[in-house]
Design a protein around this ligand. Structure first.
Ligand code: LMR
Length: 337
């Protein structure tokens, strides 16, 4: 009898302590990403961590894992869906392979003339509507974070579209990017971001495209002789969370995290342009890659060569969606056609 009582008592104490320990355990948000810490996305992830931990007074702990430490491109989205990580900021191109192919609209060459048009799209109903499409995949879209406009690189001068002919070029897994490279006569090769440096170094591919911040922080400029500031496409991110995890958070915590995300988003989008301008200067200063800035006439050749891609993929991406982008561009005084 006594033994049972003692046993029950011990169990009771253990449960009570367990309960206490549980109550004191912070909610853990694992935030995985594939780029370096010293990039717009890397810095914004760290800033979100700081704000989230401060504002929830330690009730939330954010662990940021940069540089594909945990997962490579496609795997990270699967990990989020399974709940192995809670937060990511994949590039917008990563949602096509997930079955939400409308996101590939952002990959269209010269669809976003500048950041003003980008903001109009992402901050308006078009941007919100796209994020909402992720919900059926168990994903909640919280925000858009900028990176920048892409440059094209190779191991030979590529001043004109015709110079791309026959080059093997690494792309993200996107049907639109595939089409874009084929339009130039190049041979696209899908590859995870973490593998690009080595593929360039060993000659598995001849060239690639990315904003300067990614090129520089992955040291791609050390294994590419030439780059051209074509600004032919945009690369940015959607910050996403596992929907069930997010919906199950205590309401006050969720509201606080939404506020932290709002401020981290402003920070990300405020620094992205300068980070990329600085990275381009750093690439030039390295002396390893010769950076070419095309003349207006040359830029027109790039645009003329690539704009047909819009019509060619309209049935896949959605003509109405493409038209919605055109509308914002025209309203911003930067018409596409
Ligand atoms: C890439 O794969 O080139 C980019 O999506 C990497 C990134 O997240 O910026």
């Amino acid at each position: 009898m006594l033994r049972i009582t003692l046993k029950t008592l011990t169990l009771g104490v253990a449960l009570a302590l367990g309960g206490l320990a549980h109550a004191a355990d912070p909610i853990l948000i694992k935030f995985s990403h594939v780029v370096a810490q010293d990039t717009p996305k890397g810095k914004a992830a760290e800033y979100f961590k700081k704000l989230a931990e401060e504002r929830t007074k330690g009730a939330v702990k954010v662990e940021v894992y940069p540089n594909s430490q945990l997962y490579k491109d496609k795997e990270e989205v699967e990990a989020l869906q399974l709940g192995a990580v809670q937060m990511l900021a994949p590039s917008l191109a990563k949602f096509g392979p997930l079955g939400v192919k409308e996101f590939e609209v952002f990959d269209l060459p010269y669809i976003l003339p500048n950041r003003d048009v980008l903001r109009r799209v992402t901050d308006g109903p078009v941007g919100r509507g796209l994020l909402d499409k992720l919900e059926t995949k168990g994903i909640k879209g919280l925000a858009y974070w900028d990176n920048g406009f892409k440059i094209m690189s190779a191991n030979k001068p590529i001043h004109l579209p015709a110079d791309m002919k026959g080059l093997k070029v690494r792309i993200q897994s996107s049907k639109v990017l595939d089409k874009q490279m084929r339009e130039l006569g190049a041979i696209p090769q899908v590859m995870a971001f973490s593998e690009v440096y080595q593929a360039l170094q060993t000659g598995v591919v001849d060239g690639t495209e990315n904003p300067p911040s990614n090129m520089y922080t992955q040291k791609m400029h050390e294994v590419q002789k030439d780059a051209t500031v074509t600004r032919h496409g945009y690369l940015g991110y959607a910050v996403i969370v596992n929907k069930k995890f997010w919906d199950d958070l205590p309401a006050d915590i969720r509201t606080t995290l939404e506020g932290a995300m709002k401020d981290a988003t402003k920070y990300a989008n405020d620094i992205a342009e300068k980070e990329n301008a600085d990275a381009l200067e750093a690439i030039k200063a390295s002396g390893k890659t010769t950076v070419y800035t095309p003349t207006d006439a040359e830029l027109k050749q790039w645009r003329d060569a690539l704009l047909p891609v819009h019509a060619e993929v309209a049935s896949r991406v959605g003509k109405d969606l493409i038209d919605a982008f055109y509308k914002e561009a025209a309203a911003a005084g930067a018409p596409i056609k």
